[in-house]
Design a binder for this molecule. Sequence first.
Ligand code: NAD
Ligand code: ADE
Length: 439
Amino acid sequence: MKDYWVRDLSLAELGRRRIEWSRNFMPVLSRILERFDREKPLKGVRVGACLHVTTETAILVEALRRGGAEVNICASNPMSTQDDVAAAMAEEGVRVYAFRGQSFEEYYRCIGYVLASEPELTIDDGADLISTIHKLYYGVESEELKHVREASGDLGVKRLVEGVIGGCEETTTGVLRLRAMARGGRLLYPVVAVNDAESKRLFDNPIGTGQSALDGIVRSTGALLAGRDAVVVGYGNVGSGIARRLRGMGARVTVVEVDPIRALKAAMEGFRVETMRRAASHGELFLTATGNISVIRGEHFKLMRDGAILANAGHFDVEIDKRDLEALSVRRERVLPCVDMYVLGDGRRLFLLGEGRLVNLVCAEGHPTDVMDMSFSLQALSAEYLVRNRGRLPREVLDVPRELDELVAKLKLEAMGMELEELTEEQRRYLASWELGSR
Ligand code: NAD
Ligand code: ADE
């Protein structure tokens, strides 16, 4: 088995510097890291992680290792790895299998290398690692398994599953996939839905992506947002954050939503709400954030203006239908490192950013570190929770315990120099009673 598979080890020094810089913005994870170093709550635990390999992820991995874990990590997207960070991790002795620009085969080989270590804890962003384990276990054949098997060698998947303590999941799409496994009664071990914790979902998804998706668009195109006719598809945690930030930058924002309550919320928050067909005909910039497939497709591309920019912030590259775009185009050209121009039959040009993959991670560097501080503190604490409760948790999708969720928020507030009000005894009693009303 390979010890690492990275693009270029000579980038390690830059990676180390950038990781050190990020450390300044992760006060909560740094405190957890120090405690883990003293207490070793993950002593001897083999962790398999499938995450975007960024400076923030490197610090999470360090925290897990200081806690006593042995970590094997691959990327959760073929285009999101920061090669300098992967190089720095490899030099630190982490078994890291990740580089930017992986082919389908390479992506799944890397998952195979992580599985070969027979992880006892899995940490996913999008559920590719855990769903591979489930496919192998249940004998669900699919194209990628050939590459996984080639890399993982003689993997006893039954033995692996018997040894697993639990898993953690970082994002909405991953949690959806886990819930589908649990609904079918097929989930093989307990998994904590880190995404659903409030100190993750209320900050990472809207505020992290709100800023970093716009960062990706601006870095890759240099486009002025002020005055631009922007269409946000999906007004959930991510989409609503993007819509608000776009408006803050002066864009004219339209929202497309299928959920009537979220659509109404968008309307009452001052956005124009339209069908995709109507929005397609006037938008200059389109951003998808639905976690759903083909939300922008052939019928919509046919209506679009020349020069429209298309980007996706949802987990997989399925939201903007690239097959339809290909089929309608007479020519495709990479005009800038993160911009593909598609020329349609009548000469109109549509510009797709980052191959329709997560624009914030492919065309920029992902969420600002300060936000990942909360998300990855929750990951570290959830890993510790799983290990401390080994053998006692049901094979279900579990919430992050409320006290851990609140602990992360409290530590973050403290680090920000903010103060938290406390309930008085009288207030506590009042809130808990049905007898007390007006005075
Ligand atoms: P969410 O469930 O809160 O929101 C998704 C919204 O999309 C919902 O309101 C849903 O009704 C809507 N929707 C579904 N199909 C639609 C369609 N055809 N047209 C219009 N609207 C539609 O989920 P979320 O937390 O906002 O996450 C969205 C996606 O972003 C997921 O794939 C998630 O994994 C991903 N994500 C990405 C990042 C990132 O760094 N880029 C960060 C967090 C989450
Ligand atoms: N997801 C979104 N932004 C990220 C980042 N900076 N690091 C790891 N995962 C991320």
